[in-house]
Design a protein around this ligand. Sequence first.
Ligand code: SF4
Length: 302
Amino acid sequence: MSTEEVKAGLDALMSVGVAEIVLSGGNPLLREDIGEIIEYASRRFITTIYDNGSMALKKIDSLYDADFVAISLDSLDEKKNDYMRGVNGAWKKSTEAIEKLHEAGISVGVAPTITQLNLYEMEGFTRYFVEKGLPVWYAVYSHDYEDSLFGIGVRNDELEIVDNTEMVKLCDTLLRMKKERNGIFITDKTLLAVKELFLTGNRKWRCRALQNFVMVNHLGEASGCHLYAPAAQVTELPEVWNSRKFNALRAQYSNCQKCRYVCYLFYSIHRGIYGSIEILQDQLKNARSLFSEMYEPKRIVA
Ligand code: SF4
């Protein structure tokens, strides 16, 4: 997509009521025009950008406008992190990026994926970063169980969480830690849903794809999530959002149980305006410190 096509897509998303944009990848920072896109998006939406640590420092000037920058890091142990990520040097790049972005006043956070290999260190990992004033937000290892539009994750039995008891304990620990300190960016409701899943295998949520969230791929095709075929071009969304076709897809997705990705879970359980209030209440302390940061003048680039 050209820069203008991306901007037209963002306009379309705004007109159907989208409030938050997550630019993820691949790696969105590979785009030459990413600075212009982030600037355009952040004037209209809460804008988060994900990086695996490989690009953030090269594109640091593009990141000042982002509301959040999430850098993937899975372990404090360099060897373990690189093993889990499958890339030598990943730990060094991510930790450098986190440190330098933080020093530069960019709202950076650490984004680990919880797996069987780092499960036992997640409490210490969280404590380490939040005590440095760096927020942590989590994914839980998962992968597509069938063919999808584009693959997220590959099956890796080593990473699959098998110690459910420990995962339940971690949810309780994070619930407790959230009461004591700022910077743990996962809501109580999400933690309780994840806990229930690992405790009983039951999903406490109905999927709200195409209601609370929509996925747009690099070609500008919009779908409920990455596991389903595109339903429209992003620029067509204002026309089709309230169509019969979209309502039928919403009904279909609300009965779907094909995935357990925490991001889809999060946007499914926090619904509409009431959901936004819930998130704000849950993250009140974090929101206060973030808002005060957001109202500080951003860097002026001459
Ligand atoms: S549960 Fe929702 S997000 Fe997951 S595959 Fe089904 S429709 Fe997509």
